[in-house]
Design a protein around this ligand. Sequence first.
Ligand code: 5GP
Ligand code: MG
Length: 178
Amino acid sequence: MSKVKLHDKEFAISITSKEIDAAVAKVAEGINRDFHGERPLLVVILNGAFMFASDLMKKLTVDCEVTFLKLSSYQGTTSTEKIKKLIGLNEDIKGRKVIVVEDIIDTGFTINDTINSINEHEPADIKISTLLFKPQALKKPVDIDYVGFEIPNDFIVGYGLDYDGLGRNLPDIYKIIE
Ligand code: 5GP
Ligand code: MG
């Protein structure tokens, strides 16, 4: 499918599932190299990152554990900059090496908020992985350790990312047609 319609908007294919797979493999290689002999805890930011996290974990060869944090900031196609934390961390992460797994870093507000709330639990270390990064949209600087793709400042859907609930099931990534 080269185009899809979700609610009132049309989207055109932008990144194919094959390209996504190669980017996930690149992120996994970085983690496998850096965490050799360790046991990191992946903290997956729901909902959007579930598909990336699942494919990423299958490519990890180091011992690892996973937990989930549910946050939301988007309404429609714009970031609200107000983050609601919906499900918090209940695992004991004190002294653990944490890898945050995000779908996309846009303004950077969500990831900064996430780092702050994880830091309250006194981990040994926090690394950041994201499938997608929009450098032009960044308002709050953040050090990202593992990036799948840098993309322009367009609204995208697919591979876990939604437009008002729809599009998460698409295996490829689509960008909005303005
Ligand atoms: P930030 O706080 O960095 O502005 O936004 C982060 C969150 O907003 C992401 O985790 C993601 O859930 C959502 N988001 C940012 N850009 C997009 C986009 O282009 N498409 C979709 N569907 N969600 C996005
Ligand atoms: Mg997200």
